[in-house]
Write a protein that binds this ligand. Structure first.
Ligand code: UFG
Length: 337
């Protein structure tokens, strides 16, 4: 198939790209390196021995995206490009709405012009907001509590309205839980710019000695050890979920929402312990106050994706940590050494 992958140099997109190339697809990657590196694409070329087309462009540049689509003529778009830092989204809402929402509209317009009728969208469990019940299933109310989450919920609605106008169209809206881990080769992985916001990249920085200690944001939640609980999913399992969704869209019309998670939660201290085991390094931490906006606990009910997509997350938390450690041992400073 001919696939356009936006955000293909980013953490999630790069792992999807490896899967698509291994399956022999023709891929056009669109990325402006806002939060990623060209070196990642080099690693993927070496790792897979495959080539792909690449457009360095912002999805907000509608004419450029349309021109690329009219030449490449994708059968399907996998849309991962976007801004994703929750804290930053609260401070720069218009930038988030412009990049995420306007960028997605541009993409749909370019698809219209090129006659492309299928899209897979990178959404997030953050669209659910404060849990009314757990695990979250896809019927849980959508009530995001931050700007980033609202951009995701809006794009879900826009795609749903777009699909409704033509019976030939189809879309899968994939709500990710907490992706961690790295490709098993250690050649690609998460490479946040600056101080990591997320738990596992921060732990990896501590284990490599780049940062002195982890701050554990709160140990007084109503969870089994008082620290926050999340559904961590191996990035390769997450990437496989996209491949499964692509196959699903091949013979289903309309819009479907799928949770991509494992169904199991791990606490911050459990992740620290797993990382210590995987790396054989100390991971010193200090308990700090709760982080503003954090939820005590959330995890997925992945039954719908399991049943309908024939997909299941199989990799353990220990495997996630071992793969991150392999990646960070090879490339302690990420792609731009
Ligand atoms: N945490 C720490 N110390 C840190 C970083 C995180 O204790 O330095 C804790 C958090 O308090 C939380 C857990 O580790 O309990 C996980 O935090 P992350 O920042 O790794 O992940 P979040 O669940 O907060 O955020 C993730 C994605 C967001 C998405 C959100 C909801 O990064 O993009 O899930 O789906 F919006």
């Amino acid at each position: 198939m001919r696939i356009c992958l936006t955000g293909g140099a980013g953490y999630i997109g790069s792992h999807i790209l490896v899967g698509l190339l291994e399956d022999g697809h023709d891929v056009l990657v669109v990325d402006n390196f806002a939060n990623s590196s060209p070196t990642c694409l080099q690693h993927i070329r070496q790792l897979t021995g495959k080539s792909f087309e690449f457009l360095e462009e912002d999805i907000c540049n509608q004419p450029a995206i349309s021109a690329a689509f009219s030449t490449f003529r994708p059968d399907i778009v996998i849309h991962c490009a976007g801004l994703k830092a929750v804290g930053e989204s609260q401070k720069q809402p218009l930038r988030y709405y412009r990049t995420n929402v306007e960028g997605s509209i541009n993409l749909l317009e370019a698809m219209d012009q090129a006659g492309c009728q299928r899209i897979i969208f990178s959404s997030s469990a953050t669209v659910y907001g404060t849990p009314r019940y757990l695990p979250y299933d896809e019927a849980h109310p959508v009530a995001p509590a931050n700007v980033y989450g609202r951009t995701k919920a809006m794009i879900e609605d826009i795609i749903t309205d777009w699909v409704a106008t033509d019976p030939g169209r189809s879309a899968a809206l994939l709500r990710y839980f907490n992706p961690v881990g790295a490709h098993e080769s250690g050649e690609i992985g998460e490479d946040p710019k600056g101080i990591p916001n997320n738990l596992v990249p921060y732990i990896a920085d501590v284990a490599t000695g780049m940062r002195a200690e982890l701050s554990v944001f709160g140990n007084d939640y109503e969870t089994r050890d008082g620290t926050g609980v999340r559904d961590y999913i191996h990035i390769t399992d997450l990437a496989d979920g996209h491949i499964a969704a692509m196959a699903y869209l091949g013979d289903h019309q309309g819009v479907e929402v799928f949770n991509l998670g494992t169904g199991e939660g791990s606490s911050v201290l459990e992740v620290v312990a797993a990382f210590r085991r995987a790396s054989n390094q100390p991971v010193p931490y200090e308990i700090k106050p709760r982080r503003d906006g954090d939820i005590a606990e959330f995890f997925a009910n992945p039954a719908k994706a399991n049943d309908r997509l024939g997909w299941q997350a199989t990799r353990t938390l220990d495997a996630m940590c071992a793969d991150v450690w392999r990646w960070r041992s090879k490339y302690p400073r990420g792609f731009d050494v």
